[in-house]
Design a protein around this ligand. Structure first.
Ligand code: FES
Length: 139
């Protein structure tokens, strides 16, 4: 059974962008990033990596770009449904973001996923993946 670990207050999760934190993969020991997104009063958690090029981050450290309920990868314009993770537009159309298990109780978001341990609020330090690159897309 997973150890429940508080990762954020519900109030920390913005309504028009994402909240970023770092976990450690319990198998590989590597740091990975997770984003929280709030849609219609529910909070969802996804690994912070596009499904087109999976080293590309959706939230590059200052919140993901969003249009309505869609998370947008700025590199090539993929749109992901915030509540299902489904990519409904872009080069990886039909793919899904990788879900991370969380629970929300009494205004606190808990990480409950056996695959990950909470490390810190904010970006990964040992993550070699993309931090900055963006395409010419303007949103
Ligand atoms: S890397 Fe995300 S759409 Fe290409």
């Amino acid at each position: 059974m997973a150890i429940r670990r508080a990762v954020a207050s519900v109030d920390d999760v913005p309504t028009e962008t994402t909240y970023l934190f770092t976990v450690r993969d319990t198998d590989s020991g590597e740091e990975r990033e997770v984003i929280l997104v709030e849609i219609d009063g529910r909070i969802h958690a996804w690994l912070n990596y596009c499904q087109h090029y999976t080293h590309i981050k959706i939230d590059k450290g200052s919140g993901a770009e969003m249009r309505g309920n869609a998370l947008i990868c700025e590199n090539h314009g993929a749109y992901f449904e915030s509540d299902t993770g489904y990519c409904n537009f872009g080069p990886c159309e039909g793919a899904y973001l990788n879900a991370v298990e969380i629970e929300v109780e009494d205004g606190v978001v808990y990480l409950t996923d056996d695959r990950y341990e909470f490390v810190r609020k904010g970006p990964a330090e040992s993550d070699e993946t993309d931090l900055e690159s963006r395409s010419n897309y303007k949103f």
